[in-house]
Ligand binder design. Sequence first.
Ligand SMILES: N[C@@H]1[C@@H](O)[C@H](O)[C@@H](COP(=O)(O)O)O[C@@H]1O
Length: 200
Amino acid sequence: MEVIVLDGADDVARVAAGIIAEVFRGAPSGVFGLATGSSPLAIYSELACLFDQVDLDLTRIPGFALDEYVGIPIGRPESYTAVLQRVVTEPSRMDTRRVHVPDGRADDLDAACESYEEAIREAGGVDLQLLGIGRNGHIGFNEPTSSFASRTRAKTLAPQTRADNARFFASPKEVTVHCLTQGFGTILEARQLLLVATGI
Ligand SMILES: N[C@@H]1[C@@H](O)[C@H](O)[C@@H](COP(=O)(O)O)O[C@@H]1O
């Protein structure tokens, strides 16, 4: 494990985008693990700029999100499906059809989680997984005490996480109680993990 301490969020974005670009540059078959939250936003902006500056073409790279809210109405801008479309897929010119998010609106959530795991396996596994970390230490939506062997599954969000994420919603009441999240067991199978913490 390498720990890189930098002066500020701008430097984190630049260095992290460079690491990501290094993995996917000239590797049309790679798989990109996508994170949400505030910390990755500047990284995605940097990546979108790199598209024009270096030989970085993400148009054929599949992406897999870590998590999604359960039951959030289609089209809501707070859903991670919408967020990733807005902040990564469009600016980085990824292919919407190749960017996957757990289906938080499925009637059968367990089946949706199983098929998500299957889709990651079929894609050949994640080459680089970008991660943030929540105030209480959650990763994806794996709250503290989650098993390191856990797979994609439905979970209940901790009150702290709902309160923290309320800033993305019109009101705290709109933050859903349940979510789907890749498990630690799923995340740890990625060939490279890049966890960023900027305190913003
Ligand atoms: N589901 C995401 C997590 O994957 C992320 O780690 C967390 C912290 O994000 P940040 O502190 O960067 O806003 O936000 C959300 O809860």
